[in-house]
Design a protein around this ligand. Sequence first.
Ligand SMILES: N[C@@H](CCC(=O)N[C@@H](CS)C(=O)NCC(=O)O)C(=O)O
Length: 205
Amino acid sequence: MIELYFWTTDNGYKARQCMEESGLPYVVKPVNIRNKEQFAPEYLKISPGHKIPAIVDPNGPGGNRITLCESGAILKYIGAKSGKGLYPSDPLQQIKVDQWLFWGSATFTTLAQQFGHFVVRWDQDVPKGKEWYTGVLKDMLGTLDRHLADNEYVAGAYSVADISMYPDTHLHGVNDIGLDAYPNVKRWHDAIAARPAVQKAWGPY
Ligand SMILES: N[C@@H](CCC(=O)N[C@@H](CS)C(=O)NCC(=O)O)C(=O)O
């Protein structure tokens, strides 16, 4: 049984959504990052940079036990392992999925998290930081909106690339910025939100 080391954050939900979509059996192992549980020596062996999410698969390639952190790597691994097309086997499709999976993991979420820090959560008012990261998030939503004008999902069929961008679109796009100016993102978001696996992933664990 795959163990998912999880907390209720954007990156945590990405991994849980992917597990739910995959249909693979898994168990949630909560790591309460507010209580600093991510610094436990045993957990640092799984996730050296004290971050969630992470997984342990006792039946990895060749039957070996593997540990894996970094949400993008987890999505790619679980997407491929599921055999459900979440990470496609066609090399041409993989190129598209990789592009948007990396954009979702390295650009979109990383910068959306800064929006979360400066605009939503900080106890100090930092007008320049708020203005900067609001502009950055709006620019990224605009990029996504232009792309989704001609594409139902970001990289062909629904894939791990979509999963990599959904949680921050949901948390900050819907809740903080609003999606009225991004109708294609709204259509894409609402289609993903309606998926049973997504609803389960965002529910109790
Ligand atoms: N690049 C990493 C980022 C993971 C990340 O930022 N995790 C946060 C929660 S969303 C975390 O565990 N923070 C706790 C800490 O930094 O100590 C990924 O995509 O998995």
